[in-house]
Ligand binder design. Structure first.
Ligand code: SF4
Length: 237
């Protein structure tokens, strides 16, 4: 595995202000390399579980996935994307109608505002194209770093950060990769110890491992290929 030399990566490699140091035993480079190798063996080519055909659809699906399962989002977007095909279609939809269309994903009023607002901004300020920088993406309604990282990494192959969702939070703590609980600080910790070229795949691998094996309740440690590397207090073996 190559050492991290990229300047821009180096500049982001300082712990966030107020974060607990990531120089914990779990972040030892050898150990991190071993974890990445085991993840590569178990999940060589995993990707996002959300269904999409383009960056805009991935953006919408990711906004809808807040507090909702990817399976439920995929059921909803199957008909949603057939009905609303472009950012314009979302931007100028009837709010009450779109609310009903996405209702099964929960928090449907806020989500409707976000996806309509994102569509409008993309049409009116970005020429109808999903922007490709973190700063621009963060100006879209309903988009924080997690969603921006999903779109940049998965739709465009641009690694500017690490997606930190509920699975990444839990596994980063269990595997000793971060002591923090704030997603922004965990992201900084992971950016410091994971080589930049692995950021996109690592996210998907950890999310899959969190879903299949290292579940929130009762992690299946007996089936976990990382077990010898894990010192989590709630291990089940
Ligand atoms: S050993 Fe258990 S707690 Fe540790 S990563 Fe594996 S499943 Fe999760």
């Amino acid at each position: 595995m190559k050492k991290q030399k990229n300047k821009s990566t180096k500049s982001s490699a300082r712990p966030a202000k107020g974060s607990k140091s990531s120089s914990l035993a779990g972040a030892d480079p050898k150990r991190v390399r071993a974890i990445l190798q085991k993840l590569d063996e178990a999940y060589p080519s995993v990707t996002c579980a959300l269904h999409y055909d383009n960056a805009f659809q991935l953006l919408i699906a990711t906004i809808l996935s807040a507090q909702c399962t990817d399976e439920r989002v995929n059921q909803v977007t199957k008909t949603l994307f057939a009905k609303y095909r472009t950012p314009q279609d979302f931007a100028y939809a009837t709010p009450s109608e779109i609310e009903q269309d996405i209702r099964p994903t929960g928090f449907f009023r806020n989500k409707a505002k976000s996806i309509m607002g994102a569509g409008k901004k993309i049409v009116e300020e970005f020429g109808g194209e999903v922007p490709r920088t973190m700063d621009q993406l963060l100006t879209l309604p309903g988009v924080a770093r997690k969603t921006a990282n999903v779109v940049l990494g998965t739709a465009f192959g641009i690694a500017v950060g690490v997606v930190v969702d509920t699975h990444v939070i839990r596994l980063s703590n269990r595997l000793g990769l971060s002591r923090n609980s704030d997603p922004k600080k965990i992201e900084q910790d992971l950016m410091q110890i994971i080589p930049r070229e692995k950021w996109i795949l690592f996210t998907h691998q950890i999310i899959w491992h969190g879903r299949k094996i290292c579940r929130a309740r009762k992690p299946n440690c007996a089936e976990c290929t990382l077990e010898h590397l894990c010192k989590a207090k709630d291990k089940t073996v």
